[in-house]
Design a protein around this ligand. Structure first.
Ligand code: SAM
Length: 283
């Protein structure tokens, strides 16, 4: 193929070379320049492909300077590919600022979709929440991490996090303590690699599962926390608890009080609903 003067944003494998798309391979062989997060890391991939492209460094500390270099190449009519160490550039990786500068300069940016750890983990998680929020890495400091999690806790969406092995235990402990032990967690570890593991459990059981085997704490992680129970599910559960208490012979006031303690639903609403249930004025 012939690559025209554009910036090609190319997803590369997370671990399994077979995941490089045919189009990505064609582009990486055709462009004269590849801007890479870590040129030493990416050189073997280009060698493997037999690509004659020259490498430029484009990492988080030189993104503006790298953008100027890339724009010079494009101005000279040369195509440039952008890659990161693994997965899709600009997803918890450098690239977004470089892409913005190239677009501002009026050049075409062409995405080549492919591996992305968050999407791979979601696809195999079995989590059916219609919405999900990609958060990426949580703050390293405990206080900021908890504040961030408190902000995310009530969102009606599954939450997707990236985590490194040295923080996996403290992050999972923080998820359980802030989001609650009942929410479902999917741990997706070493995706596409030899020790790929995908494990689902309630958040309250996740720390024990990780601690039961030191190997489970190794490698790269995507953590997905399922969405909180929907309002409709909460209402059904509250109704179930209230009915159980009334059926057990508890007086209305006490049933409402206990149901409030169990479900957290508003006391007044529970009292009114318990009266209606007792008097048969509602089904
Ligand atoms: N740009 C990448 C992408 O598209 O997924 C993400 C890069 S980010 C710097 C690296 C993080 O992605 C890792 O710490 C881990 O959380 C996640 N990750 C990358 N490869 C992974 C894999 N094979 N299995 C699980 N998580 C992975």
């Amino acid at each position: 193929m012939e690559a025209y003067a554009a910036l090609y944003v190319v997803a590369t494998p997370l671990g399994n070379l077979g995941d490089l798309t045919a189009r990505a391979a064609d582009v990486l062989r055709a462009v004269p320049w590849v801007a890479a997060e870590d040129t030493r890391h990416s050189a073997p991939l280009l060698r493997h492909l037999g690509s004659p492209a020259k490498l430029l460094a484009a990492h988080e500390h030189n993104e503006e300077a790298a953008a100027r270099q890339v724009i010079e190449k494009l101005a000279a009519g040369e195509a440039v590919a952008l890659i990161s160490d693994a997965g899709t550039p600009a997803i918890s990786d450098p690239g977004a600022r470089l892409v913005a500068r190239v677009r501002e300069a009026g050049y075409k940016v062409v995405p080549l979709p492919g591996p992305c750890a968050a999407v791979a983990a979601l696809s195999a998680s079995g989590i059916a929440a219609p919405h999900w929020l990609f958060h990426g890495f949580l703050p390293a400091k405990a206080k900021q991490r908890e504040e961030t999690l408190r902000e995310l806790a009530a969102l009606p969406a599954a939450l997707v996090f990236y985590e490194a092995p040295h923080r996996i235990l403290e992050t999972v402990a923080a998820l359980a303590s802030v989001l609650g032990p009942g929410r479902r967690l999917v741990v997706a570890r070493e995706l596409t690699k030899l020790f790929e593991t995908i494990h689902a459990c309630p958040l309250g059981e996740a720390l024990a599962w990780l601690e039961a085997d030191a190997n489970r704490q190794k490698g790269e992680f995507v953590l997905i926390v399922d969405a909180p129970a929907a309002a409709g599910d909460d209402a059904a559960e509250t109704e179930r608890v209230l009915k159980l208490l009334l059926d057990d012979g508890l007086p209305v006031k006490q049933a409402a009080k206990l149901a409030h303690a169990i479900t957290g639903a508003a006391k007044n609403a529970l009292y009114a609903r318990a009266l209606a249930l007792r008097d048969g004025t509602d089904a």
